[in-house]
Design a protein around this ligand. Structure first.
Ligand code: ZN
Length: 300
C-alpha cells in the first residue's frame, strides 16, 4: 500500500512535470494583490509562475515587501502593478537595478475615480459630496479598481499584452485564454447586474472604502467611514449611526480584518445588516457574485 502510494506519487510527478514547463522556463510574474494573481493565472496558466506581494490577510495600504521578496523580484521578468502606494516606493528603490524586470501597469487606461473624503463635518452633504471642506484630507485616486467587471476586462487585456511581450512564443495561448476570461467576466457582470437591479440607487457604508468601483458599476453609492485606517471610536460610531439613519443607509460592509462587533452595533442602530466583504479575495469573479448575493439579500 505504502509502495503503491509512492509509485503513484512518482507517476503523478512525472505527469505533472510533463504537463507543466519546468520552473525555469516559466515566466516569473510578480503582482501586488491576490485578485491580480487570479487574472495572471487565468491568462498565463502553465506558462507563468505568479508571486504575490501582499499575502492573504495583509493590508496593502500598510504593506512593505520583505527582503526575501525584494530578492525574488530581482529574478522576475514582469511586475504587474495596480496602483497601490507601496509600489511607488518599491519601484523607486529598485529603479535601474533589476535589469530583467519589466514593470507594467495593469490598470493602465482605467479612468480612476477619486476616493471619498474620509472626514465629513456633521451635517448634510449633497449627493457625491466632493466639496473640499477638510484642509488635511486631499482627494486621491482610488486604487481599488478590481471590483468592477468592466475594469477587470481592461486589466485582463493589459495582462495578456504584457505576457505576450515578455513571452512571444506563447502569444496564441495567451490570446485564447484571454478571450475565455473575458467571456467569464462578462457573464459574471450580466449575472451581478441582474441580481443587483432592484438595489440601484441605494447607499452602503463601508469602513474601508474599497467598493467605490463596485458601486459605480451597479448604481450603488459607497460611503466610507474609516478614520485613518482605525476602527471608529464609540463617539464616531454614534455619529455614524445618526448619519446613516438620516441618509437611509441599510448596509455596512465589513472586511474580515475589521472588528465585527463595532459594525454590528452600527447595523443594529440603523436596523440594517452587516455584510462581510473581502475586497482582496483571490477569485475575484466568484467574489463579485458572493458580494452581489449578500447585498441583494441585505436590501431585500
Ligand atoms: Zn484598500
Amino acid at each position: 500500500m505504502k509502495r503503491l502510494g509512492r509509485m503513484a506519487a512518482i507517476g503523478f510527478c512525472a505527469l505533472w512535470a510533463g504537463a507543466r514547463p519546468a520552473a525555469a522556463e516559466r515566466l516569473d510574474v510578480f503582482v501586488s494583490i491576490p485578485p491580480q494573481a487570479y487574472l495572471v493565472e487565468r491568462i498565463g496558466r502553465e506558462h507563468v509562475e505568479v508571486a504575490l506581494m501582499v499575502q492573504a490577510g495583509q493590508d496593502p495600504h500598510t504593506f512593505e515587501p520583505s527582503p526575501r521578496q525584494m530578492m525574488a523580484l530581482a529574478d522576475a521578468r514582469l511586475y504587474l502593478k495596480i496602483g497601490m502606494p507601496f509600489e511607488t516606493r518599491l519601484l523607486e528603490k529598485i529603479e535601474g537595478a533589476y535589469a530583467r524586470l519589466s514593470v507594467v501597469d495593469m490598470a493602465a487606461g482605467v479612468q480612476k475615480r477619486m476616493m471619498e473624503p474620509h472626514h465629513h463635518q456633521e451635517g448634510q452633504h449633497g449627493e457625491g459630496a466632493d466639496e473640499d471642506d477638510d484642509e488635511e484630507e486631499r482627494a486621491e485616486p482610488d486604487p481599488h479598481v478590481w471590483l468592477s467587471p468592466p475594469l477587470l476586462e481592461v486589466m485582463a487585456r493589459n495582462t495578456a499584452r504584457a505576457l505576450a511581450e515578455a513571452d512571444p512564443a506563447n502569444v496564441a495561448e495567451y490570446e485564447e485564454n484571454l478571450e475565455e476570461l473575458i467571456e467569464d467576466i462578462e457573464r459574471t457582470h450580466a449575472r451581478v447586474q441582474e441580481v443587483l437591479a432592484p438595489c440601484r440607487g441605494r447607499a452602503f457604508y463601508t469602513f474601508h472604502p474599497a467598493f467605490g468601483y463596485f458601486g459605480d458599476a451597479y448604481g450603488l453609492r459607497q460611503v466610507a467611514v474609516e478614520a485613518e485606517g482605525k476602527s471608529p471610536t464609540p463617539r464616531q460610531l454614534t455619529e455614524l449611526i445618526g448619519r446613516a439613519r438620516r441618509e437611509g443607509v441599510n448596509i455596512i460592509f465589513v472586511q474580515p480584518q475589521f472588528d465585527r462587533r463595532a459594525a454590528q452595533s452600527v447595523a443594529d442602530g440603523i436596523g440594517g445588516a452587516v455584510v462581510p466583504m473581502d475586497p482582496l479575495a483571490r477569485d475575484v469573479l466568484a467574489n463579485l457574485e458572493t458580494m452581489a448575493a449578500q447585498v441583494e439579500a441585505a436590501l431585500r
